[in-house]
Design a protein around this ligand. Structure first.
Ligand SMILES: Cc1cc2nc3c(=O)[nH]c(=O)nc-3n(C[C@H](O)[C@H](O)[C@H](O)COP(=O)(O)OP(=O)(O)OC[C@H]3O[C@@H](n4cnc5c(N)ncnc54)[C@H](O)[C@@H]3O)c2cc1C
Length: 459
């Protein structure tokens, strides 16, 4: 598979299924971080390890908001690609989420605006689901902790233990009591502020190069009461391209559990829309299609919660020459992107598919997991190219611009414009942005011609 093109590797990762029978190639696996990426890695490891322990500083019994995941109060979209992956890992996931109050979002219930124009519906698109981040994470956690060979430890991880060139465990601190969780495979799922690079450097290993792209995104989220008479769509998104010269780059509202709407608004740079309740409601009403005003006309529940996202970043583990055996990293710890594209949880599911593919090949755990990082690079490249190519078009972002940027941005501009009126282009585009298809599937003469024709007809 490794000699295949990235598009083939990506297709194979999307097609990964759990094995019919558990086939342990690992004795004990230790996962640091019990959020979405760590839980999905633990789910995969439960098939390939005799036992799995998840370390998190937050108590796994605490449901709802928690300090370890400060972004948990903000709107979280589960892309259709992510929902498909979750359904494979946890059969019945969608039904269970609905039973807990998540709201179904089939194609006809999703509305998408680009610069105020309503996009065509792709009738045969995959389903999605709307619910708060704590609901989705809580259900994933419950399914993982029900597995007989998975257990949790509430502690803060403070470092790694090595035996020569092999990782053999994780140092932790449980309320002042130091200890070690030993394992044959350690998974870093500590999120974008992961300390793994520092730990590697302290132990004399190289630290991965970190690439950043400044985005300076300001998020604001608020909950509103949802009434019977409200819009019948369950996911509504509205994006403003820079040519709209609006200080709000985009807004969305999702139907979520307990009869509520979750509405979000974002701006870049010095634009911080929606910091107060009045400002939030006024901008939704004045700058977006009428249904946003209807939602904002309901009672606001609680306060507006804001979040500042400074940069997209990736750590290039695949380029390291010197790396210990028995260690991998997944999720935001490896790559975290501009959240407006909603890629994080779906990318984490694809990282879990990389882990599954790697372990299924019966790897030698005595050598570095290069094959895993090579697979993961394909997933990170996909998410990074989509997120950063869109961000490079923002007026306040100043690069680095890749070679051929002007041509590629013209092409993607044509394709995005055609998604407003042309179902075949919108279908392909949705498959790519929801991470079911490799972006290369958009870079064909047929797609571009279809888009150009559709744009000419629309004019
Ligand atoms: C504003 C915002 C909006 C977002 N919106 C979306 C969206 O719409 N859709 C989407 O798919 N994604 C979205 N994301 C991204 C998403 O939140 C993450 O990609 C997802 O949570 C997976 O992250 P993770 O599990 O790798 O890390 P995190 O969720 O950050 O979790 C890290 C975990 O590690 C634990 N931890 C850290 N250090 C230690 C330590 N030393 N010891 C023990 N435990 C430790 C923490 O307690 C935490 O549980 C958004 C992100 C932000 C910031």
């Amino acid at each position: 598979m490794m000699s295949s093109s990235p598009a083939r590797v990506f297709a194979a990762l999307n097609a990964v299924r759990p094995p019919d029978q558990a086939s342990p190639v690992v004795g004990r696996a230790v996962v640091i971080g019990g959020s979405v990426a760590g839980l999905l890695a633990a789910r995969v490891l439960s098939d390939y390890a005799q036992s799995v322990v998840i370390i998190d500083r937050d108590d796994p019994q605490v449901t709802g908001e928690r300090p370890g995941v400060p972004q948990g109060t903000q709107l979280h979209a589960l892309l259709p690609g992510g929902l498909l992956q979750l359904e494979h890992l946890f059969p019945g996931f969608r039904e269970q989420a609905l039973a807990r109050g998540a709201v179904g979002a089939p194609p006809a219930a999703r509305r998408n605006y680009l610069d105020g124009r309503l996009k065509v519906v792709v009738p045969d698109d995959a389903d999605s689901l709307a619910g708060t981040r704590p609901l989705l994470e809580g259900l994933i956690r419950q399914r993982v902790l029900r597995l007989p060979n998975v257990k949790t430890v509430t502690a803060r991880a403070t470092g790694l233990v090595f035996d020569g060139a092999v990782t053999t465990g994780v140092r932790c601190d449980a309320g002042g009591a130091p200890g070690v969780e030993s394992g044959d495979l350690v998974v870093d799922a500590m999120g974008r502020s992961s300390r793994l690079s520092e730990w590697l450097a302290q132990a004399g290993w190289d630290r991965p190069v970190m690439r950043r792209m400044t985005v300076n995104l300001n998020y604001a989220t608020a909950l509103f009461q949802r009434r019977e008479t409200d819009p019948d769509a369950t996911i509504v998104l509205a994006l403003h391209t820079p040519k709209m010269s609006s200080d709000v780059a985009g807004a969305a509202f999702f139907a979520v559990e307990d009869g509520r709407w979750m509405a979000m608004m974002a701006g870049y740079g010095d634009n911080r829309p929606g910091r107060t309740a009045d400002d939030f409601v006024r901008r939704l009403r004045d700058q977006f299609p009428p249904e946003f005003g209807e939602v904002a006309g309901n009672e606001m529940l609680g306060d507006v919660r804001t979040y500042r996202h400074a940069d997209s970043r990736r750590r290039d583990f695949h380029r390291l020459k010197r790396f210990p055996a028995g260690l991998v990293s997944v999720g935001d710890a490896v790559a975290s992107f501009n959240p407006v594209y909603g890629q994080g949880m779906t990318a984490a599911a694809l990282h879990a598919a990389c882990l599954s593919t790697y372990l299924r090949s019966g790897p030698d755990l005595g050598v570095p997991a290069r094959r895993f990082f090579a697979l993961q690079k394909v997933v990170v490249d996909v998410a990074w190219s989509m997120s950063t190519s869109a961000d490079l078009a923002l007026p306040h972002v100043d690069g680095p611009y890749p070679r051929g940027y002007r041509l590629s941005s013209w092409v993607s501009g044509q394709i995005v414009a055609a998604t407003v009126t042309h179902v075949p282009t919108a279908r392909r585009f949705n498959e790519v942005v929801s991470m079911r298809e490799h972006p290369r599937s958009l870079a064909t003469p047929g797609v571009l011609l279809g888009a150009l024709r559709a744009n000419r007809r629309a004019r």
